[in-house]
Design a protein around this ligand. Structure first.
Ligand code: FAD
Length: 279
């Protein structure tokens, strides 16, 4: 069982003890319920902080080293893991000299704004927890907004991290968004999209006429899958979007290119994300 208590006085320094916990329980409930043998006691505050830069040459920050905020909404671990997943494959490609070092700058560009919004969201939640009459009125107004479909979907998509959109240019709504986990039909049987990402390699999914996409110069790096799918394409908040003919999926599960019947822009996207063509 876990318990979270508010300390009336802000204490700087020093680890909280079982005696502090017991005292706080007595102050609220009149008893400490015989609390003993805690596995873990920790203290957090409503502070929000974010590193100005996630990369400085060979130093890269991810997770709580890059951003901290109060735990309301439970987003810290989620965005920390997504930082690492965004960075991991880029780092591997740079280390293996497949991609130029500048690929690492896209880590900051993509992930910094995400945590900035989480911090903003956490600050708003801290503000809404105040007990004065005006904040309670604000809370009620906010709760009313959340009873409406559109605001509820937006906030849920933001807090779950499922609505993240990296700015990879204009085009199909899938571009820069998380690839949905579709059930595909392939020559070797049914396949789930996410199972194609298990070995952390890019995937070019051709859902149109088989064999029409030629990525021979990247064949050593990008796995090409010929598949069929005739169900809906649903994205968080946006709902149903037009079915693409092909998608290039990065190892972190985000869509780097969308084909709508031609190969236009594919070579450029492959070069940007997975290095220049093999000669
Ligand atoms: C009360 C509370 C509730 C939370 N609830 C949620 C939740 O519901 N959902 C959610 O997503 N997030 C939640 N979080 C946030 C989540 O716990 C953190 O965002 C996450 O653990 C950060 O992971 P991390 O790997 O970046 O950092 P950490 O978990 O802090 O890991 C850093 C590690 O580095 C080690 N270390 C530090 N310095 C050194 C050094 N010099 N050398 C070697 N090792 C070192 C540390 O010992 C530690 O093991 C909560 C946080 C708190 C405090």
């Amino acid at each position: 069982m876990g318990v979270v208590l508010t300390e009336r006085q802000l204490t700087i320094g020093g680890e909280p003890t079982l005696a502090d916990l017991s005292e706080a329980l007595v102050a609220v409930y009149g008893t400490d319920y015989g609390v003993h043998n805690p596995t873990w006691i920790s203290r957090f505050t409503d502070v929000t902080r974010q590193a100005a830069a996630y990369r400085d040459r060979r130093v890269l920050l991810a997770g709580d080293a890059a951003h901290i905020h109060p735990p309301m909404g439970g987003q810290g671990l989620n965005i920390g893991v997504q930082d690492a997943v965004n960075l991991g494959w880029k780092l591997a490609q740079v280390v293996k000299l497949i991609s130029p070092e500048s690929l690492l700058d896209s880590y900051h560009t993509e992930r910094h704004p995400i945590a900035a919004r989480v911090l903003r969201n956490a600050k708003a939640q801290v503000a809404l927890r105040r007990m004065d009459a005006s904040t309670k009125a604000l809370n009620d107004t906010f709760a009313e907004l959340l009873s409406m479909d559109e605001p509820r979907k937006r906030i849920a998509a933001e807090m779950s991290g499922l609505g993240i959109h990296y700015d990879l240019g204009v085009g199909h709504p899938l571009l820069g968004r998380r690839m949905p986990d579709l059930d595909l039909a392939t020559a070797s049987g049914p396949v789930r999209v996410f199972s194609l990402l298990h070995d952390a390699r890019p995937v070019l999914l051709n859902l149109g006429e088989p064999g029409r996409l030629d990525i021979a110069p990247w064949a050593d790096r990008v796995r090409q899958i010929e598949a069929g799918y005739d169900g809906p394409w649903e994205l968080p908040v946006l709902g149903t979007v037009a079915a693409p003919a092909a998608v290039l999926i990065r190892p972190d599960g985000y869509v780097a290119w969308v084909g709508v019947g031609t190969q236009q822009g594919l070579a450029e996207a492959l070069t940007i994300w997975f290095g220049p063509p093999a000669s």
